[in-house]
Design a protein around this ligand. Structure first.
Ligand code: FAD
Ligand code: DLZ
Ligand code: SF4
Length: 518
Protein backbone atom coordinates (compact mmCIF):
# COMPACT_ATOMS: atom_id res chain seq x y z
CA UNK A 1 0.00 0.00 0.00
CA UNK A 2 1.77 3.11 -1.18
CA UNK A 3 1.39 6.28 0.82
CA UNK A 4 -0.75 8.76 -1.02
CA UNK A 5 0.02 12.21 0.28
CA UNK A 6 -0.26 15.20 -1.93
CA UNK A 7 0.54 18.82 -1.42
CA UNK A 8 -2.94 20.33 -1.48
CA UNK A 9 -4.44 21.38 1.81
CA UNK A 10 -6.06 18.44 3.58
CA UNK A 11 -8.68 18.62 6.26
CA UNK A 12 -8.43 15.67 8.61
CA UNK A 13 -5.90 13.04 9.39
CA UNK A 14 -7.99 10.12 10.62
CA UNK A 15 -6.21 7.51 12.71
CA UNK A 16 -7.91 4.10 12.58
CA UNK A 17 -6.51 1.68 15.16
CA UNK A 18 -6.09 -2.04 14.67
CA UNK A 19 -9.23 -2.81 16.66
CA UNK A 20 -11.38 -0.24 14.84
CA UNK A 21 -11.73 -2.06 11.52
CA UNK A 22 -15.28 -1.00 10.89
CA UNK A 23 -16.78 1.22 8.23
CA UNK A 24 -19.15 2.65 10.82
CA UNK A 25 -16.36 3.65 13.18
CA UNK A 26 -17.14 7.17 14.45
CA UNK A 27 -13.80 8.62 13.28
CA UNK A 28 -15.06 8.20 9.71
CA UNK A 29 -18.34 10.03 10.37
CA UNK A 30 -18.56 12.96 7.98
CA UNK A 31 -15.15 12.16 6.48
CA UNK A 32 -14.36 13.32 2.99
CA UNK A 33 -12.84 10.83 0.55
CA UNK A 34 -11.32 13.62 -1.53
CA UNK A 35 -9.61 15.55 1.21
CA UNK A 36 -9.04 13.42 4.29
CA UNK A 37 -6.32 10.86 4.83
CA UNK A 38 -6.84 7.70 6.82
CA UNK A 39 -3.78 6.63 8.74
CA UNK A 40 -3.24 3.03 9.79
CA UNK A 41 0.00 1.76 11.25
CA UNK A 42 1.51 -1.52 12.35
CA UNK A 43 3.79 -0.44 15.18
CA UNK A 44 6.14 -2.35 17.44
CA UNK A 45 4.79 -0.42 20.46
CA UNK A 46 1.35 -2.04 20.09
CA UNK A 47 2.71 -5.41 19.06
CA UNK A 48 5.07 -5.43 22.02
CA UNK A 49 3.40 -3.89 25.09
CA UNK A 50 2.76 -7.48 26.09
CA UNK A 51 4.20 -10.46 24.25
CA UNK A 52 1.02 -11.20 22.29
CA UNK A 53 0.28 -14.66 20.94
CA UNK A 54 1.62 -14.97 17.39
CA UNK A 55 -1.87 -15.68 16.05
CA UNK A 56 -3.25 -12.52 17.64
CA UNK A 57 -0.65 -10.32 15.93
CA UNK A 58 -1.11 -12.13 12.61
CA UNK A 59 -4.89 -11.84 12.83
CA UNK A 60 -4.80 -8.13 13.51
CA UNK A 61 -2.11 -7.19 10.96
CA UNK A 62 -3.81 -9.20 8.25
CA UNK A 63 -7.23 -7.77 9.12
CA UNK A 64 -5.73 -4.26 9.13
CA UNK A 65 -4.17 -4.78 5.70
CA UNK A 66 -7.39 -6.16 4.26
CA UNK A 67 -9.38 -3.30 5.73
CA UNK A 68 -6.97 -0.72 4.31
CA UNK A 69 -7.23 -2.33 0.90
CA UNK A 70 -11.03 -2.28 1.01
CA UNK A 71 -10.99 1.40 1.96
CA UNK A 72 -8.66 2.18 -0.93
CA UNK A 73 -10.81 0.21 -3.35
CA UNK A 74 -13.69 2.31 -2.13
CA UNK A 75 -11.92 5.53 -3.03
CA UNK A 76 -10.37 6.51 0.31
CA UNK A 77 -6.84 7.81 0.62
CA UNK A 78 -5.05 5.52 3.03
CA UNK A 79 -1.58 6.00 4.43
CA UNK A 80 -0.60 2.56 5.70
CA UNK A 81 2.63 1.81 7.55
CA UNK A 82 3.73 -1.80 7.55
CA UNK A 83 5.76 -3.09 10.47
CA UNK A 84 8.84 -3.58 8.32
CA UNK A 85 8.69 -0.23 6.54
CA UNK A 86 12.20 1.21 7.08
CA UNK A 87 10.75 4.58 8.09
CA UNK A 88 8.35 3.11 10.66
CA UNK A 89 8.81 5.07 13.90
CA UNK A 90 7.49 2.20 16.02
CA UNK A 91 4.75 4.13 17.80
CA UNK A 92 1.29 5.48 17.03
CA UNK A 93 2.27 9.02 18.03
CA UNK A 94 5.40 8.71 15.90
CA UNK A 95 3.33 7.64 12.91
CA UNK A 96 0.96 10.57 13.38
CA UNK A 97 3.96 12.91 13.53
CA UNK A 98 5.35 11.44 10.31
CA UNK A 99 2.01 11.79 8.56
CA UNK A 100 1.64 15.40 9.70
CA UNK A 101 5.16 16.34 8.72
CA UNK A 102 5.07 18.92 5.97
CA UNK A 103 1.33 18.42 5.42
CA UNK A 104 -1.41 20.81 6.37
CA UNK A 105 -4.11 19.10 8.34
CA UNK A 106 -6.55 21.03 10.44
CA UNK A 107 -6.85 18.24 12.98
CA UNK A 108 -6.30 14.63 13.84
CA UNK A 109 -9.49 12.63 14.32
CA UNK A 110 -9.70 9.36 16.17
CA UNK A 111 -12.32 7.16 17.79
CA UNK A 112 -11.48 6.77 21.45
CA UNK A 113 -9.04 3.88 21.90
CA UNK A 114 -10.35 0.90 23.82
CA UNK A 115 -7.44 0.91 26.23
CA UNK A 116 -6.66 3.60 28.77
CA UNK A 117 -2.95 3.22 28.02
CA UNK A 118 -3.38 4.23 24.36
CA UNK A 119 -5.86 7.02 25.12
CA UNK A 120 -3.48 8.61 27.66
CA UNK A 121 -0.52 8.34 25.29
CA UNK A 122 -2.44 10.08 22.49
CA UNK A 123 -3.80 12.76 24.84
CA UNK A 124 -0.27 13.38 26.11
CA UNK A 125 1.06 13.58 22.56
CA UNK A 126 -1.61 16.13 21.59
CA UNK A 127 -0.88 18.26 24.61
CA UNK A 128 2.86 18.22 24.03
CA UNK A 129 2.63 18.85 20.29
CA UNK A 130 -0.15 21.42 20.40
CA UNK A 131 -1.99 19.54 17.64
CA UNK A 132 -5.77 19.51 17.53
CA UNK A 133 -6.89 15.99 18.43
CA UNK A 134 -10.58 15.24 18.14
CA UNK A 135 -11.37 12.07 20.06
CA UNK A 136 -14.84 10.73 19.37
CA UNK A 137 -16.92 8.29 21.38
CA UNK A 138 -16.83 4.71 20.23
CA UNK A 139 -20.35 4.22 18.93
CA UNK A 140 -19.83 0.48 18.44
CA UNK A 141 -20.78 0.13 22.10
CA UNK A 142 -24.33 0.55 23.34
CA UNK A 143 -23.44 2.20 26.60
CA UNK A 144 -21.34 5.35 26.74
CA UNK A 145 -18.97 6.01 29.66
CA UNK A 146 -21.31 8.75 30.92
CA UNK A 147 -24.32 6.47 30.76
CA UNK A 148 -22.54 3.73 32.69
CA UNK A 149 -21.31 6.25 35.23
CA UNK A 150 -24.80 7.54 35.90
CA UNK A 151 -26.16 3.97 36.08
CA UNK A 152 -23.43 3.10 38.62
CA UNK A 153 -23.80 6.23 40.71
CA UNK A 154 -25.31 5.66 44.11
CA UNK A 155 -25.56 1.88 43.70
CA UNK A 156 -23.99 -0.21 46.43
CA UNK A 157 -23.53 -3.15 44.11
CA UNK A 158 -23.11 -2.99 40.37
CA UNK A 159 -25.17 -6.04 39.47
CA UNK A 160 -24.78 -7.05 35.83
CA UNK A 161 -28.30 -8.45 35.76
CA UNK A 162 -29.92 -5.03 36.27
CA UNK A 163 -27.63 -3.38 33.79
CA UNK A 164 -28.48 -6.10 31.28
CA UNK A 165 -32.20 -5.50 31.63
CA UNK A 166 -31.69 -1.84 30.77
CA UNK A 167 -29.78 -2.87 27.65
CA UNK A 168 -32.56 -5.30 26.68
CA UNK A 169 -35.15 -2.57 27.03
CA UNK A 170 -33.03 -0.12 25.13
CA UNK A 171 -32.26 -2.41 22.20
CA UNK A 172 -35.62 -4.17 22.18
CA UNK A 173 -33.73 -7.46 21.71
CA UNK A 174 -35.98 -10.41 22.65
CA UNK A 175 -38.60 -8.07 24.02
CA UNK A 176 -42.38 -8.17 23.71
CA UNK A 177 -43.30 -4.59 24.43
CA UNK A 178 -41.74 -3.90 27.80
CA UNK A 179 -41.72 -7.56 28.80
CA UNK A 180 -38.92 -10.06 28.14
CA UNK A 181 -39.62 -12.78 25.62
CA UNK A 182 -40.72 -15.96 27.41
CA UNK A 183 -41.65 -14.03 30.56
CA UNK A 184 -38.17 -14.23 32.11
CA UNK A 185 -35.06 -12.10 31.71
CA UNK A 186 -32.67 -14.94 32.25
CA UNK A 187 -32.67 -18.66 31.44
CA UNK A 188 -29.31 -19.45 33.02
CA UNK A 189 -30.71 -22.29 35.12
CA UNK A 190 -31.09 -24.24 31.87
CA UNK A 191 -27.55 -23.44 30.73
CA UNK A 192 -25.44 -25.59 33.01
CA UNK A 193 -25.54 -29.00 31.43
CA UNK A 194 -22.34 -31.02 31.45
CA UNK A 195 -21.37 -32.38 28.03
CA UNK A 196 -20.90 -36.05 27.22
CA UNK A 197 -18.35 -37.36 24.75
CA UNK A 198 -21.00 -38.47 22.25
CA UNK A 199 -22.12 -34.99 21.19
CA UNK A 200 -21.90 -34.12 17.52
CA UNK A 201 -19.84 -30.96 17.64
CA UNK A 202 -19.40 -28.40 14.87
CA UNK A 203 -16.03 -26.74 14.24
CA UNK A 204 -15.93 -22.96 13.77
CA UNK A 205 -15.68 -21.95 10.12
CA UNK A 206 -12.09 -22.09 8.88
CA UNK A 207 -10.78 -19.54 6.41
CA UNK A 208 -7.87 -20.39 4.14
CA UNK A 209 -5.07 -17.76 4.29
CA UNK A 210 -4.75 -15.63 1.14
CA UNK A 211 -1.57 -13.95 -0.15
CA UNK A 212 -1.92 -11.00 2.24
CA UNK A 213 -2.28 -13.30 5.22
CA UNK A 214 0.63 -15.48 4.08
CA UNK A 215 2.85 -12.40 3.88
CA UNK A 216 1.79 -11.41 7.40
CA UNK A 217 2.38 -14.93 8.71
CA UNK A 218 5.96 -14.80 7.39
CA UNK A 219 6.44 -11.39 8.99
CA UNK A 220 5.13 -12.57 12.34
CA UNK A 221 7.30 -15.69 12.24
CA UNK A 222 10.36 -13.56 11.52
CA UNK A 223 9.66 -10.78 14.02
CA UNK A 224 7.74 -12.49 16.81
CA UNK A 225 8.93 -16.07 16.51
CA UNK A 226 9.82 -16.22 20.21
CA UNK A 227 6.33 -15.16 21.34
CA UNK A 228 3.93 -17.69 22.86
CA UNK A 229 1.72 -19.76 20.61
CA UNK A 230 1.50 -21.69 17.36
CA UNK A 231 1.18 -19.52 14.29
CA UNK A 232 0.01 -22.22 11.90
CA UNK A 233 -2.45 -23.57 10.99
CA UNK A 234 -4.05 -20.13 10.78
CA UNK A 235 -7.76 -20.17 10.03
CA UNK A 236 -9.29 -16.96 11.43
CA UNK A 237 -11.27 -14.82 9.04
CA UNK A 238 -9.50 -11.53 8.39
CA UNK A 239 -12.19 -9.59 6.54
CA UNK A 240 -15.68 -8.45 7.36
CA UNK A 241 -17.05 -10.77 4.71
CA UNK A 242 -15.25 -13.73 6.26
CA UNK A 243 -16.37 -12.78 9.75
CA UNK A 244 -19.98 -12.51 8.54
CA UNK A 245 -19.68 -16.02 7.14
CA UNK A 246 -18.38 -17.24 10.49
CA UNK A 247 -21.39 -15.62 12.17
CA UNK A 248 -23.74 -17.30 9.74
CA UNK A 249 -22.05 -20.63 10.30
CA UNK A 250 -22.35 -20.28 14.07
CA UNK A 251 -26.03 -19.28 13.83
CA UNK A 252 -26.78 -22.31 11.68
CA UNK A 253 -24.63 -25.00 13.29
CA UNK A 254 -23.85 -24.24 16.91
CA UNK A 255 -26.20 -21.63 18.36
CA UNK A 256 -29.06 -24.02 19.06
CA UNK A 257 -26.91 -25.88 21.64
CA UNK A 258 -24.98 -22.82 22.85
CA UNK A 259 -27.14 -22.38 25.94
CA UNK A 260 -27.31 -25.98 27.10
CA UNK A 261 -23.55 -26.58 27.00
CA UNK A 262 -22.29 -23.07 27.69
CA UNK A 263 -20.47 -24.13 30.87
CA UNK A 264 -19.32 -27.57 29.73
CA UNK A 265 -15.79 -28.78 28.93
CA UNK A 266 -14.73 -31.86 27.01
CA UNK A 267 -11.27 -33.35 26.55
CA UNK A 268 -10.13 -32.87 22.95
CA UNK A 269 -13.00 -30.49 22.11
CA UNK A 270 -11.80 -26.94 21.97
CA UNK A 271 -14.87 -24.97 20.94
CA UNK A 272 -17.99 -27.00 21.81
CA UNK A 273 -20.94 -24.78 20.85
CA UNK A 274 -19.21 -21.46 21.45
CA UNK A 275 -19.27 -18.86 18.72
CA UNK A 276 -15.54 -17.97 18.54
CA UNK A 277 -16.66 -14.54 17.39
CA UNK A 278 -15.08 -12.37 20.10
CA UNK A 279 -11.93 -11.59 18.09
CA UNK A 280 -14.14 -10.35 15.24
CA UNK A 281 -16.32 -8.19 17.45
CA UNK A 282 -13.38 -6.79 19.39
CA UNK A 283 -11.48 -5.79 16.25
CA UNK A 284 -14.47 -4.21 14.53
CA UNK A 285 -15.02 -6.79 11.78
CA UNK A 286 -18.41 -7.56 13.29
CA UNK A 287 -20.67 -5.18 15.13
CA UNK A 288 -22.09 -6.56 18.37
CA UNK A 289 -25.62 -5.45 17.54
CA UNK A 290 -25.66 -7.18 14.16
CA UNK A 291 -24.44 -10.36 15.84
CA UNK A 292 -27.26 -10.12 18.40
CA UNK A 293 -29.86 -9.38 15.72
CA UNK A 294 -28.78 -12.49 13.82
CA UNK A 295 -29.09 -14.57 16.96
CA UNK A 296 -32.49 -13.08 17.76
CA UNK A 297 -33.64 -13.91 14.22
CA UNK A 298 -32.56 -17.53 14.69
CA UNK A 299 -34.86 -17.69 17.71
CA UNK A 300 -37.86 -16.14 15.94
CA UNK A 301 -37.35 -18.39 12.93
CA UNK A 302 -37.38 -21.44 15.18
CA UNK A 303 -33.71 -22.31 14.64
CA UNK A 304 -32.60 -21.80 18.24
CA UNK A 305 -34.33 -22.16 21.60
CA UNK A 306 -34.83 -19.18 23.84
CA UNK A 307 -32.26 -20.27 26.44
CA UNK A 308 -29.59 -20.28 23.72
CA UNK A 309 -30.55 -16.97 22.11
CA UNK A 310 -31.10 -15.17 25.42
CA UNK A 311 -27.93 -16.67 26.91
CA UNK A 312 -25.86 -15.48 23.97
CA UNK A 313 -27.38 -12.00 23.80
CA UNK A 314 -26.83 -11.58 27.56
CA UNK A 315 -23.10 -12.21 27.07
CA UNK A 316 -22.86 -9.53 24.42
CA UNK A 317 -25.18 -6.67 25.46
CA UNK A 318 -24.89 -7.59 29.14
CA UNK A 319 -21.45 -8.81 30.12
CA UNK A 320 -19.46 -7.29 27.30
CA UNK A 321 -20.90 -3.81 27.78
CA UNK A 322 -20.85 -4.10 31.55
CA UNK A 323 -17.17 -5.06 31.83
CA UNK A 324 -16.25 -2.17 29.56
CA UNK A 325 -18.18 0.17 31.86
CA UNK A 326 -16.40 -1.25 34.91
CA UNK A 327 -13.02 -0.80 33.21
CA UNK A 328 -13.47 2.88 32.39
CA UNK A 329 -15.08 3.61 35.74
CA UNK A 330 -12.03 2.25 37.54
CA UNK A 331 -9.09 3.21 35.39
CA UNK A 332 -6.35 4.10 36.05
CA UNK A 333 -5.28 1.77 38.82
CA UNK A 334 -7.70 -1.09 38.21
CA UNK A 335 -5.06 -3.43 36.80
CA UNK A 336 -2.90 -2.91 39.91
CA UNK A 337 -5.54 -4.11 42.35
CA UNK A 338 -4.58 -7.01 44.57
CA UNK A 339 -7.23 -7.51 47.24
CA UNK A 340 -5.69 -10.69 48.66
CA UNK A 341 -2.10 -9.42 48.44
CA UNK A 342 -1.23 -12.47 46.31
CA UNK A 343 2.41 -12.56 45.27
CA UNK A 344 3.41 -15.96 43.83
CA UNK A 345 4.86 -16.00 40.32
CA UNK A 346 2.77 -17.48 37.51
CA UNK A 347 3.75 -21.16 37.20
CA UNK A 348 5.93 -21.95 34.21
CA UNK A 349 3.40 -24.49 32.92
CA UNK A 350 1.08 -21.63 31.92
CA UNK A 351 3.55 -21.08 29.07
CA UNK A 352 4.15 -24.68 28.01
CA UNK A 353 1.15 -26.68 29.19
CA UNK A 354 3.46 -29.22 30.79
CA UNK A 355 1.50 -30.32 33.81
CA UNK A 356 -0.07 -33.56 34.91
CA UNK A 357 -3.31 -31.72 35.70
CA UNK A 358 -5.41 -32.72 32.68
CA UNK A 359 -7.86 -29.80 32.84
CA UNK A 360 -5.06 -27.22 32.93
CA UNK A 361 -3.02 -29.01 30.28
CA UNK A 362 -6.06 -29.02 27.95
CA UNK A 363 -6.88 -25.34 28.49
CA UNK A 364 -3.27 -24.22 28.10
CA UNK A 365 -2.34 -26.33 25.08
CA UNK A 366 -5.43 -25.21 23.21
CA UNK A 367 -4.64 -21.62 24.18
CA UNK A 368 -1.17 -22.16 22.71
CA UNK A 369 -2.55 -23.70 19.51
CA UNK A 370 -5.67 -21.60 18.92
CA UNK A 371 -5.22 -18.34 20.90
CA UNK A 372 -8.65 -19.36 22.20
CA UNK A 373 -10.24 -20.94 25.22
CA UNK A 374 -13.86 -20.62 26.15
CA UNK A 375 -15.24 -18.83 29.15
CA UNK A 376 -15.35 -21.69 31.65
CA UNK A 377 -11.82 -22.78 30.83
CA UNK A 378 -10.62 -19.21 31.40
CA UNK A 379 -12.66 -18.74 34.57
CA UNK A 380 -12.80 -22.10 36.31
CA UNK A 381 -9.58 -23.76 35.17
CA UNK A 382 -6.69 -21.36 34.51
CA UNK A 383 -8.24 -18.47 36.47
CA UNK A 384 -9.40 -20.60 39.38
CA UNK A 385 -6.02 -22.34 39.75
CA UNK A 386 -4.12 -19.04 39.73
CA UNK A 387 -6.38 -17.52 42.37
CA UNK A 388 -6.32 -20.61 44.61
CA UNK A 389 -2.53 -20.78 44.32
CA UNK A 390 -2.16 -17.10 45.28
CA UNK A 391 -0.53 -15.95 42.04
CA UNK A 392 0.10 -12.22 41.71
CA UNK A 393 -3.00 -10.96 39.82
CA UNK A 394 -0.93 -8.60 37.72
CA UNK A 395 1.03 -11.55 36.33
CA UNK A 396 -2.24 -13.36 35.68
CA UNK A 397 -3.59 -10.25 33.93
CA UNK A 398 -0.54 -9.99 31.69
CA UNK A 399 -0.82 -13.65 30.75
CA UNK A 400 -4.47 -13.32 29.67
CA UNK A 401 -3.76 -10.11 27.81
CA UNK A 402 -1.04 -11.84 25.83
CA UNK A 403 -2.44 -15.24 25.01
CA UNK A 404 -5.93 -14.72 23.54
CA UNK A 405 -6.77 -13.38 20.09
CA UNK A 406 -9.66 -11.40 21.58
CA UNK A 407 -7.68 -9.82 24.43
CA UNK A 408 -7.82 -6.06 24.87
CA UNK A 409 -7.46 -4.56 28.30
CA UNK A 410 -10.98 -3.04 28.44
CA UNK A 411 -12.52 -6.52 28.34
CA UNK A 412 -9.70 -8.68 29.66
CA UNK A 413 -8.90 -6.75 32.85
CA UNK A 414 -12.37 -6.76 34.44
CA UNK A 415 -12.71 -10.43 33.58
CA UNK A 416 -9.32 -11.30 35.06
CA UNK A 417 -8.70 -8.79 37.86
CA UNK A 418 -12.37 -8.67 38.78
CA UNK A 419 -14.30 -11.77 37.85
CA UNK A 420 -11.62 -14.44 37.94
CA UNK A 421 -9.10 -13.26 40.58
CA UNK A 422 -11.42 -11.21 42.83
CA UNK A 423 -8.48 -8.82 43.04
CA UNK A 424 -10.83 -5.82 43.04
CA UNK A 425 -12.46 -7.05 46.24
CA UNK A 426 -15.77 -7.88 44.61
CA UNK A 427 -16.87 -5.18 42.17
CA UNK A 428 -18.16 -7.74 39.69
CA UNK A 429 -19.08 -10.71 41.78
CA UNK A 430 -20.47 -11.22 45.24
CA UNK A 431 -17.95 -13.99 45.95
CA UNK A 432 -14.78 -15.36 44.39
CA UNK A 433 -15.15 -18.00 41.68
CA UNK A 434 -13.17 -20.51 43.76
CA UNK A 435 -13.86 -24.19 43.21
CA UNK A 436 -12.37 -27.54 44.08
CA UNK A 437 -11.89 -30.37 41.61
CA UNK A 438 -15.49 -31.40 42.13
CA UNK A 439 -16.78 -28.54 39.94
CA UNK A 440 -14.41 -29.41 37.09
CA UNK A 441 -15.36 -33.06 37.39
CA UNK A 442 -19.06 -32.18 37.18
CA UNK A 443 -18.68 -29.97 34.14
CA UNK A 444 -16.10 -31.96 32.17
CA UNK A 445 -14.61 -35.36 31.48
CA UNK A 446 -11.01 -34.24 32.10
CA UNK A 447 -10.73 -35.96 35.46
CA UNK A 448 -11.25 -39.43 34.00
CA UNK A 449 -7.93 -39.19 32.15
CA UNK A 450 -6.00 -37.17 34.71
CA UNK A 451 -2.96 -38.40 36.59
CA UNK A 452 -4.57 -37.01 39.75
CA UNK A 453 -7.63 -38.38 41.48
CA UNK A 454 -10.41 -35.86 41.85
CA UNK A 455 -11.96 -37.81 44.73
CA UNK A 456 -8.79 -37.77 46.83
CA UNK A 457 -8.39 -34.82 49.14
CA UNK A 458 -4.83 -35.26 50.33
CA UNK A 459 -1.77 -37.28 49.39
CA UNK A 460 0.41 -37.30 46.31
CA UNK A 461 -2.31 -38.46 43.93
CA UNK A 462 -4.97 -36.06 45.22
CA UNK A 463 -6.40 -33.47 42.83
CA UNK A 464 -4.41 -30.30 43.58
CA UNK A 465 -7.54 -28.13 43.35
CA UNK A 466 -8.96 -29.87 46.45
CA UNK A 467 -6.37 -28.82 48.99
CA UNK A 468 -5.69 -25.47 47.33
CA UNK A 469 -9.37 -24.64 47.64
CA UNK A 470 -9.29 -24.89 51.42
CA UNK A 471 -5.88 -23.30 51.69
CA UNK A 472 -7.20 -20.28 49.76
CA UNK A 473 -10.22 -19.94 52.02
CA UNK A 474 -8.16 -20.25 55.19
CA UNK A 475 -5.45 -17.91 53.93
CA UNK A 476 -8.02 -15.26 53.12
CA UNK A 477 -10.48 -15.89 55.92
CA UNK A 478 -9.97 -12.35 57.25
CA UNK A 479 -11.41 -10.99 54.02
CA UNK A 480 -13.95 -13.68 53.16
CA UNK A 481 -15.37 -15.14 56.34
CA UNK A 482 -17.93 -12.36 56.70
CA UNK A 483 -19.27 -12.92 53.18
CA UNK A 484 -22.84 -14.26 53.55
CA UNK A 485 -22.43 -16.42 50.45
CA UNK A 486 -19.47 -18.20 52.02
CA UNK A 487 -20.97 -18.76 55.44
CA UNK A 488 -21.81 -22.39 54.73
CA UNK A 489 -18.37 -23.12 53.32
CA UNK A 490 -16.61 -21.75 56.40
CA UNK A 491 -19.02 -23.72 58.58
CA UNK A 492 -17.92 -26.89 56.80
CA UNK A 493 -14.29 -25.99 57.45
CA UNK A 494 -14.97 -25.23 61.11
CA UNK A 495 -16.62 -28.61 61.57
CA UNK A 496 -13.59 -30.52 60.33
CA UNK A 497 -11.23 -32.06 62.86
CA UNK A 498 -7.96 -30.22 63.43
CA UNK A 499 -6.19 -33.25 62.01
CA UNK A 500 -8.12 -33.06 58.75
CA UNK A 501 -7.65 -29.33 58.50
CA UNK A 502 -3.89 -29.73 58.95
CA UNK A 503 -3.79 -32.49 56.36
CA UNK A 504 -5.43 -30.13 53.82
CA UNK A 505 -3.06 -27.29 54.60
CA UNK A 506 -0.03 -29.55 54.47
CA UNK A 507 -1.23 -31.02 51.15
CA UNK A 508 -1.64 -27.49 49.75
CA UNK A 509 1.91 -26.63 50.79
CA UNK A 510 3.20 -29.67 48.92
CA UNK A 511 1.09 -28.88 45.88
CA UNK A 512 2.40 -25.34 45.73
CA UNK A 513 5.96 -26.47 46.05
CA UNK A 514 5.53 -29.09 43.33
CA UNK A 515 3.42 -27.18 40.83
CA UNK A 516 4.97 -23.79 41.00
CA UNK A 517 8.15 -25.51 39.86
CA UNK A 518 6.46 -27.59 37.15
P1 FAD B 1 -19.13 -17.20 23.36
O1 FAD B 1 -19.12 -18.14 24.49
O2 FAD B 1 -19.66 -17.67 22.07
O3 FAD B 1 -19.94 -15.91 23.84
C1 FAD B 1 -20.48 -14.97 22.92
C2 FAD B 1 -19.89 -13.60 23.07
O4 FAD B 1 -20.25 -13.04 24.32
C3 FAD B 1 -18.38 -13.55 23.04
O5 FAD B 1 -17.89 -13.56 21.72
C4 FAD B 1 -18.09 -12.23 23.76
O6 FAD B 1 -18.15 -11.14 22.89
C5 FAD B 1 -19.25 -12.13 24.75
N1 FAD B 1 -18.84 -12.51 26.10
C6 FAD B 1 -19.07 -13.67 26.72
N2 FAD B 1 -18.65 -13.62 27.99
C7 FAD B 1 -18.11 -12.39 28.16
C8 FAD B 1 -17.49 -11.74 29.26
N3 FAD B 1 -17.34 -12.32 30.44
N4 FAD B 1 -17.02 -10.50 29.06
C9 FAD B 1 -17.16 -9.89 27.88
N5 FAD B 1 -17.75 -10.44 26.82
C10 FAD B 1 -18.22 -11.68 26.96
N6 FAD B 1 -13.43 -11.86 26.39
C11 FAD B 1 -12.82 -11.11 25.46
O7 FAD B 1 -13.46 -10.73 24.48
N7 FAD B 1 -11.51 -10.74 25.59
C12 FAD B 1 -10.77 -11.14 26.65
O8 FAD B 1 -9.59 -10.81 26.73
C13 FAD B 1 -11.38 -11.96 27.64
N8 FAD B 1 -10.67 -12.39 28.71
C14 FAD B 1 -11.30 -13.18 29.65
C15 FAD B 1 -10.57 -13.60 30.76
C16 FAD B 1 -11.18 -14.36 31.74
C17 FAD B 1 -10.42 -14.79 32.96
C18 FAD B 1 -12.53 -14.70 31.61
C19 FAD B 1 -13.21 -15.49 32.67
C20 FAD B 1 -13.26 -14.29 30.51
C21 FAD B 1 -12.66 -13.52 29.52
N9 FAD B 1 -13.37 -13.08 28.39
C22 FAD B 1 -12.75 -12.30 27.46
C23 FAD B 1 -14.80 -13.39 28.24
C24 FAD B 1 -15.10 -14.69 27.48
O9 FAD B 1 -14.37 -15.74 28.03
C25 FAD B 1 -14.80 -14.54 26.00
O10 FAD B 1 -15.45 -13.42 25.50
C26 FAD B 1 -15.26 -15.76 25.22
O11 FAD B 1 -14.67 -16.91 25.75
C27 FAD B 1 -14.94 -15.60 23.76
O12 FAD B 1 -15.25 -16.77 23.06
P2 FAD B 1 -16.54 -16.88 22.14
O13 FAD B 1 -16.54 -15.78 21.15
O14 FAD B 1 -16.58 -18.27 21.64
O15 FAD B 1 -17.67 -16.60 23.19
C1 DLZ C 1 -3.28 -5.38 19.50
C2 DLZ C 1 -2.65 -4.52 18.44
C3 DLZ C 1 -1.46 -4.92 17.84
C4 DLZ C 1 -0.81 -6.22 18.13
N1 DLZ C 1 -0.86 -4.15 16.92
C5 DLZ C 1 -1.42 -2.98 16.56
C6 DLZ C 1 -0.80 -2.12 15.62
O1 DLZ C 1 0.30 -2.38 15.14
N2 DLZ C 1 -1.43 -0.98 15.26
C7 DLZ C 1 -2.61 -0.62 15.80
O2 DLZ C 1 -3.16 0.42 15.42
N3 DLZ C 1 -3.21 -1.39 16.71
C8 DLZ C 1 -2.65 -2.56 17.10
N4 DLZ C 1 -3.23 -3.33 18.05
C9 DLZ C 1 -4.48 -2.86 18.66
C10 DLZ C 1 -4.19 -1.78 19.67
O3 DLZ C 1 -3.35 -2.30 20.69
C11 DLZ C 1 -5.52 -1.30 20.22
O4 DLZ C 1 -6.02 -0.34 19.35
C12 DLZ C 1 -5.37 -0.74 21.58
O5 DLZ C 1 -5.13 -1.79 22.45
C13 DLZ C 1 -6.62 0.01 22.02
O6 DLZ C 1 -7.67 -0.84 22.24
FE1 SF4 D 1 -8.22 -31.12 36.95
FE2 SF4 D 1 -8.20 -32.28 39.38
FE3 SF4 D 1 -9.79 -33.21 37.48
FE4 SF4 D 1 -7.14 -33.54 37.27
S1 SF4 D 1 -8.46 -34.41 38.82
S2 SF4 D 1 -8.55 -32.89 35.66
S3 SF4 D 1 -6.42 -31.64 38.18
S4 SF4 D 1 -9.89 -31.20 38.43
Amino acid sequence: MASQENTQELRNLILVLGDQLCRNVSSLDGADRDQDIILMAEVSEEAGYVRHHKKKIAFLFSAMRHFARELEEDGWKVRYTKLDDPENSGSLAGEIERALDGQRFSRVVITEPGEYRVKSALDAWAEASGAVLEMRQDSRFLCSHERFQSWAEGRKQLRMEYFYREMRRETGLLMQGDQPEGGKWNFDQENRKPAKGDLCLPHPLETRPDAITEEVLDLVEARFGSHFGSLRPFWFAVTREGALQALEDFAEKALSCFGDYQDAMLEGERFLYHSVLSQYMNSGLLEPMEVCRRVERAYYEGDAPLNAAEGFIRQVIGWREYVRGIYWLNMPGYTEQNYFGASRPLPEFYWNGETGMACLAAAITQTRDEAYAHHIQRLMVTGNFAMLAGVDPHEVHEWYLAVYADAYEWVEAPNVIGMSQFADGGLLGSKPYAASGNYINKMSNHCAGCSYDVKRKTGEKACPFNSLYWDFLVRNAGKLRGNPRLRQVYRTWDRMSAERQNAYLEAAREVLERHLKE
